[in-house]
Design a protein around this ligand. Structure first.
Ligand SMILES: CC(C)(COP(=O)(O)OP(=O)(O)OC[C@H]1O[C@@H](n2cnc3c(N)ncnc32)[C@H](O)[C@@H]1OP(=O)(O)O)[C@@H](O)C(=O)NCCC(=O)NCCS
Length: 192
């Protein structure tokens, strides 16, 4: 995918192992130290797209498709939201993480990454895709870009990363050392 709205052309490609150090650098800075591991980026069931301006990697998105049974197990709190009741599909699509280098924010890169990420969800139908957007005192960072790509908010979950941050020991940019007490804004869209 190419986007001509920036000073330089934005190119989005499937990430490879040579992109890993830059993706991890952006993930540590934007999502929290050690929040993402290499297996979260290049693991067998993940697809990660990287956005480049020239040779510079400026952002990434990681996504996957899960069976409904796995979704209910791994994302129990989201699956149990009342607003998800008639949205559950088998399988489910997940946007796990989107992050853009802070120096390149607010130029449309996050929105373009999500638009490109949707290509992973070309089939089957119907398919519901969800994402949990991190909220800090400035609100849910990803709200604008996901709404722009057709997602609707289906709820908020308090302490969404609390147990996970303790179990995996990552540091949230807002909370620092675990536990993370941040709220997640949950967004979904159903493709028919
Ligand atoms: C969330 C995040 C990925 C967004 O990336 P981004 O590249 O800044 O996203 P975009 O530029 O597409 O959109 C962000 C805003 O900039 C605006 N924007 C886009 N192009 C613009 C331009 N040329 N000039 C001014 N504003 C612009 C968008 O309209 C949007 O505004 P809104 O949020 O008020 O709706 C980025 O802020 C980030 O990495 N945050 C930290 C990690 C995070 O929270 N990730 C999401 C949870 S997994």
């Amino acid at each position: 995918m190419m986007c001509e709205t920036l000073d330089q052309t934005l190119v989005i490609e499937t990430a490879t192992s040579s992109d890993l150090p830059e993706i991890l650098r952006i993930a540590d800075a934007r999502l929290g130290v050690s929040y993402m591991q290499s297996s979260d980026i290049l693991g067998a069931h993940r697809t990660t797209f990287a956005a480049f301006l020239g040779h510079r990697l400026v952002g990434f998105l990681s996504a996957s498709i899960l069976s409904l049974a796995d979704f209910r197990e791994c994302y129990a709190r989201i699956a149990q939201l009342p607003e998800m009741g008639d949205r559950l599909t088998d399988p489910m699509g997940i946007l796990h993480a989107v992050a853009v280098d802070a120096r390149y924010e607010k130029r449309g890169i996050g929105t373009a990454l999500i638009a490109h990420g949707m290509t992973l969800f070309a089939e089957p139908r119907p398919l519901t895709i969800i994402t949990a957007g991190w909220a800090d005192n400035q609100g849910v960072h990803i709200a604008g870009p996901v709404r722009e790509n057709g997602f609707q908010k289906v709820g908020y979950l308090k302490d969404y990363w609390q147990e996970d941050s303790l179990a995996r020991g990552y540091e949230c940019p807002t909370c620092g050392k675990p536990p993370c007490r941040c709220v997640a804004g949950i967004f979904a869209q159903t493709l028919r």
